[in-house]
Design a protein around this ligand. Sequence first.
Ligand SMILES: Cc1ncc(COP(=O)(O)O)c(C=O)c1O
Length: 356
Amino acid sequence: MSSVLDLARPELRQLTPYVPGDFAADTLRLNANESPWRAPGDDTERGLNRYPPPRPDVLTEQLSAYYGVPQSEILLTRGSSEAIDVLIRTFCAAGRDSVVICPPTFDMYRLYAEIQGARILRVPLQRSDDLGKDFSLDVDGIMACIDQGAKLVFICSPNNPTGSSIASADIARVCEASTGRAVVVIDEAYLEFSSQPSARPLQQRFEHVVLLRTLSKFVSLAGVRCGAVIASAPVIELLGRVLPPYTFPTPSIELVSRALGEASLTVAEERVQTLRRERDRLEAALGGLPQVEKLWPSDANFVFLKVRDSERFVSRARSAGILLRVFANDPSLADCVRITVGRPEDNDRLLAAVTT
Ligand SMILES: Cc1ncc(COP(=O)(O)O)c(C=O)c1O
């Protein structure tokens, strides 16, 4: 047996999969207790009276081509959030196993771990006065947690909310040192905005390394909820047993499929270039303001800064009808603000609101 599967909850390795009813085109489908009529206004191709396929196979084929990975190495999920949940449920038994997170980071890792009853081991990103090195990975701290038996390590790069990418050499060190001992999840939700390459070569080298991708950011599809896990075939097979069938809805399948067409992807790529230029412009303009204490270079579609008085800064934006993100629950991020990069006119509006 593959060693990475040895890390999964033993009871899941014996799980009997659900066997769905057959679906074949041009047949009378009396095997799934569905309605024979479409609902008024249903203009989907498949018909919403029919269940979606147990797994969105055609879409999986399209996305595997898009990401350049074999179909056996990808699993589609409802947003990458669902992927985080499935990974934690697969590898962590309640009350027994633990997850490593590196705060400040995406809070859903904590949330799903707590829901599952997994222990959370926090290894904060390391602070430094050198902006380029700030929020670096504490590799030794992570390895100490793996020595204690941690099952899953979440690394977010580019990281939310700091916007910084994690040094590839540090990610590689964690992956190399954790072979056979823990699963390393590299969340690449913001990769398309980054100047760093994907960790795909590491994932190809190590069967315990897992990547998360999402269509929520760069193809403007947060509302359809489409994410993907990219991992070795045995891990994908196991996760596919834990993820229930029929979860991916028909309208999402059809909309995502269209969005992966050439014309739509060209638009998405042009928009990424615009957002990157706008991010640089925002960073330059905000960085020069007297009320901004520090601004970290971002590799994502948002900027992250520390201001002298976040309440005042945010309320000035709010008075102009603009919402910004603060982190009231995290004292280490006091007076820090995360600002999503908008369209050029949105960014002009924001700058006018906080500058005047
Ligand atoms: C780092 C990171 N990972 C994952 C997600 C979840 O994305 P989704 O569930 O929309 O794919 C987000 C959302 O903001 C995020 O910031």
